[in-house]
Every structure is written in structure tokens, then in C-alpha cells.
Write a protein that binds this ligand. Structure first.
Ligand code: KMH
Ligand code: ZN
Length: 293
């Protein structure tokens, strides 16, 4: 089986500093988190940015400082959010893409999100994808509901996306698909051929979903964006959550991928190419048999 790609979703948009002291609010704190999480076994960092007071921001200057801090302290694959926070405009969500991170998320459809609606109409998705194409950013496709995979296929048929791509299956958001193995298997069965996938279990389902994904040949997203607890009543740091999954993965014969191994598995250009004027075309992805259970 392939090495395990561990993504750390280290910040999010909804948490407040009152909920956990482990939120990396500043670019410096994000750089420190990146270094610790890479040492613990992560290969991708999913990035939202905050102001010093903890409020969410899409300011390009803040993302620029965060990108620089992460690159100075790690060689993690940097994946910007384009989901942002509920209520942000598509222009705000896509703004930081001009900084040309290696990856960015694309949520593939609207979804209830607690008591709110996380809006991702086709026009919004097309606009965000156009910005990704303009800046040569590779999308990771976020799936919160079963219909989102059909939406991704439609975007592909419109020529706006190419498959195979990496999918992140987000299970357990209140208002979306529950986090259980039956839903996970159904989603994997619906993926286009040769796509890789990870699972992001929300709340207390983070660890069971992660262990399921390791066993099924998928990859894993953990981090306090999705789950603030290490155990009932005990808050977690991001690197603790990464380290626990890495330990289990080693025991299960799936040692964590290095960032460069993850780039290879995901078909991303080698990191040094990002700093050149014209990056080379993406590598051809290896067949991965991602659906094997
Ligand atoms: N904050 C959520 C509304 C993403 O980063 O791509 C959306 C989100 C998804 O976090
Ligand atoms: Zn996010």
C-alpha cells in the first residue's frame, strides 16, 4: 500500500481562541505549527488565516505572510482554503490564489453547515476554478454530500477540471453526510477512476474515520479545524493529532509520506519548480488503485 498522506487542517474559520489555545493565529504561529506537524508526519497543510484578534480574514497580505512563514519552516505542500467562512464572496475566497500556493480546496456544492448554508453554486465553483487555472493552482475537491461528486463530474465535463484529482471526503458536518464507514464506502465507489482520496472526520469521528481510511488505502486529514479534542475533555494541538495518526499508520504498514512523496502521489510539480517563472506541466499520475478496500 502507498505511504499515507496526512493533511493538517490547522486553523479553520469558525473556531474562536476562547475554544482552544492551540489555534495558530499569526503567520509566525502557522510557521511553527507547520514545522511541528511536518516533524510529526504531515505532508500537506490546509490554510485559513486569522487576524491577531482571532477573527477570520481573506486578506492577501496575511496569506502572503503565512505562506512565507510556512515555507521558511517546512517543505509542506501548502493548500489554501477557497471555502473561507460562510458568507464570504467568491472574490474574497479566491483572492489569495494569486499567491500561487501549490494546492487549494474547491467545495463541490452547496451544503447545510450547522444552522447556516455554505453556498457553492455552479457559478461560484466556476469562478473559483477559473482563478485556480489562472494561477496554476491544483484543486483538491471537497465532498460534503453524495451529490457533490456528480457536481465535480459536471465541472470536468465542462472542461473546467481534469481527472484524476485528489478528493477530500468530509464526513460529519451537521447538515451533511454522517461520518460512518457505509457512507465512506459509497463515496469511494462513486469516485472517477484513478482518483486519490482522503477522509476528514469531524469531531469525535476524526480518529475512527482516519483509521478506516488507512485500512482502505486512502489518506487522512486531521487537525483542529475539524476536531479540537484529543480525547473527551482534553484539548489537542495540531501536531498531537498528526502524531497519533502517524503512529497508528506505521503500525498498519502505511508510514507517513514525506512532502515530496505526497507531491509525487498527487501529481504535483516538484517544489523547486514553484519558484520559477513558468512551472513545468504536472507529472503524470501513477495508477494508484485507490478504490481497493
Ligand atoms: N469554513 C467552511 C465554511 C475549505 O476550507 O475549503 C468551509 C471550509 C472549506 O473550511
Ligand atoms: Zn478549511
Amino acid at each position: 500500500m502507498q505511504p499515507l498522506i496526512i493533511t493538517v487542517a490547522a486553523v479553520g474559520a469558525e473556531l474562536t481562541p476562547e475554544q482552544t489555545p492551540h489555534l495558530p493565529l499569526t503567520p509566525e504561529a502557522l510557521g511553527e505549527t507547520a514545522a511541528r506537524c511536518q516533524a510529526a508526519g504531515a505532508s500537506i497543510i490546509h490554510v485559513h488565516c486569522r487576524n491577531d484578534d482571532g477573527t477570520n480574514t481573506s486578506a492577501v497580505a496575511r496569506f502572503k505572510a503565512a505562506l512565507a512563514a510556512i515555507r521558511a519552516r517546512s517543505d509542506l505542500i501548502v493548500q489554501f482554503t477557497t471555502g473561507g467562512a460562510v458568507g464570504m464572496t467568491p472574490q474574497e475566497r479566491a483572492g489569495p490564489l494569486r499567491l500561487r500556493p501549490e494546492m487549494a480546496t474547491l467545495t463541490c456544492g452547496s451544503v447545510n453547515f450547522g444552522d447556516e448554508i455554505f453556498e457553492n453554486s455552479f457559478p461560484i465553483m466556476r469562478e473559483i476554478l477559473a482563478a485556480m487555472r489562472r494561477y496554476d493552482v491544483v484543486p483538491e475537491l471537497e465532498i460534503f454530500d453524495a451529490g457533490h461528486i456528480a457536481n465535480a463530474r459536471r465541472l470536468e465535463s465542462e472542461g473546467l477540471l481534469q481527472f484524476p484529482r485528489h478528493f477530500d471526503l468530509v464526513l460529519g458536518v451537521p447538515g451533511a453526510l454522517d461520518a460512518n464507514v457505509r457512507n465512506l464506502v459509497n463515496l469511494i465507489d462513486a469516485l472517477p477512476p484513478d482518483c486519490t482520496w482522503s477522509v476528514a472526520g469531524i469531531g469525535r469521528q476524526q480518529l475512527p474515520m482516519a483509521v478506516s481510511a488507512i485500512a482502505m488505502g486512502g489518506h487522512v486529514r486531521v487537525g483542529i479545524e475539524d476536531n479540537i479534542y484529543y480525547a473527551k475533555g482534553r484539548l489537542a494541538s495540531n501536531d498531537e493529532l498528526v502524531a497519533r495518526v502517524a503512529r497508528i499508520a506505521v503500525e498498519m504498514g502505511r508510514p507517513p509520506a514525506t512532502p515530496d512523496q505526497a507531491r509525487e502521489l498527487l501529481g504535483l510539480p516538484a517544489r523547486t519548480a514553484r519558484d520559477q517563472e513558468s512551472p513545468p506541466p504536472p507529472r503524470k499520475r501513477k495508477r494508484s488503485n485507490p478504490r481497493r478496500v
